[in-house]
Design a protein around this ligand. Structure first.
Ligand SMILES: [Zn+2]
Length: 393
């Protein structure tokens, strides 16, 4: 029998994870709207004995965002769960089999926007915490906290980074953190993320001299320079990968000249590219590498870069082992330790403590008919409960 604490989603659980996930889905919290989701969490966690801090952040030119930090216990060890209640837009509502904000169960599946990414994961953790708190008569050993943001899918300006600033100032430093993103490609127990690649976007503008195409010696074609400058990077991989990471990659996303005339050499050309990079690089070393290479081509250019997150890695160790042990105890499979995929708020949290990500199956995230198996929500609840018991022991 898989490990299931009090017997999985049995009637002794203070919170039914599937029902609670449905309640969260019924809050239409498309970024930046709070939609009532933080309210639902705050009152449920408050009733379990958590001390809740509602953190509303705002800065000029951005939408105000509601976030929540909740903690029960004051001692060590301190495990934090991080997640986001905001969801991406639903697109064409008519294309959904079940209303995206109905939070309905049909055919053994919980349907709705956020079911996988990541209200189902949050609900599983809240139900797991409730179960473990109940096992200890309301006073679990150590501390359990939740860092919940309403701004992960959006600009992420008034979300996790500002909550982390607040936590640091308040001396709220967890010993470890688990992010409930849907990390499993196909089945629960497939994969845990122990790091993520960084992301850097570059805009390269090359200047030439406008002229008649029939007299190219009188012109200086910036497109030709641009192509020569990008060519060394146009083969995809920037390195061979590292111990825990795939190779870094560069993708040119657009080349814009805006030249309507077939008989004119344009004065300038611009390209935009995105680099997903591993722990062999950082945004500064990448910019140096690009400039060194571009300089050698001898054209006049401007390069601007913006980095939405450096790469990070939590070396395999106690945290990843405990999460893997908990998953294996429940579903009989040890998750692969991976750094694949896009970015997540774990890239911010890593500055406070070791962080790994483990949640539901991500197949339908951001899609029409987002849905997860009810059985997976129950198993994930068992996994999080098993993790809490191991971590707090
Ligand atoms: Zn997410």
């Amino acid at each position: 029998m898989p490990e299931a604490g009090n017997g999985g989603a049995d009637s002794t659980d203070a919170i039914d994870a599937v029902e609670f996930a449905g309640r969260l889905i019924r809050c239409p919290s498309v970024t930046p709207a709070e939609g009532g989701a933080i309210d639902v969490l705050e009152s449920a966690l408050g009733a379990l004995g958590f001390t809740c801090h509602r953190l509303r952040f705002e800065e000029a030119g951005t939408d105000p965002i509601d976030n929540l930090y909740a903690r029960i216990g004051t001692g060590a060890p301190h495990l934090c769960f991080a997640g986001h209640t905001d969801v991406v837009p639903v697109g064409d509502t008519a294309a959904w089999t079940v209303g995206p904000f109905d939070g309905a169960v049909r055919d053994g599946l919980l349907w709705g926007r956020g079911a996988a990414d990541m209200k189902g994961g949050i609900a599983a953790f809240v139900a797991a915490a409730a179960r473990v708190i109940g096992e200890h008569g309301g006073n679990p050993p150590g501390s359990i906290s939740l860092l919940i943001t309403g701004d992960e899918e959006g600009p992420a300006v008034n979300g996790t980074t500002k909550v982390l600033d607040w936590m640091e100032a308040a001396g709220e430093i967890p010993d470890a953190c688990v992010v409930g993103e849907p990390t499993n490609p196909n089945a629960l127990g497939d994969m845990m993320k122990i790091g993520r690649r960084g992301s850097l976007t570059g805009t390269l503008t090359v200047h030439g001299t406008q002229g008649h195409v029939a007299y190219p010696h009188l012109a200086d074609n910036p497109i030709h320079h641009l192509l020569r400058m990008l060519e060394p990077f146009a083969h995809g991989q920037l390195d061979e990968g590292t111990a825990h990471f795939q190779p870094s990659t560069l993708a040119i996303t657009t080349i814009d000249v805006g030249n309507p005339a077939s008989n004119v050499v344009p004065a300038k050309a611009t390209a935009v590219f995105n680099i997903r990079f591993n722990d062999a690089h950082n945004s500064q070393s990448l910019e140096r590498m690009l400039r060194d290479s571009f300089d050698q081509k001898g054209a006049r250019y401007e390069l601007s870069t913006s980095c939405s997150g450096e790469s990070f890695l939590t070396e395999p160790g106690r945290l990843s082992t405990l999460v893997a042990d908990a998953a294996e105890a429940v579903v009989g499979r040890r998750p692969e330790l991976s750094t694949t995929g896009g970015t997540s708020d774990a890239r911010f949290i890593c500055r406070l403590c070791p962080v790994v990500e483990f949640g539901l199956v991500g197949q339908t995230m951001h899609k029409v008919d987002e849905r997860v198996a009810v059985a997976d929500i129950q198993s994930l609840t068992d996994i999080y409960a098993a993790l809490l018991r191991r971590f707090l022991a």
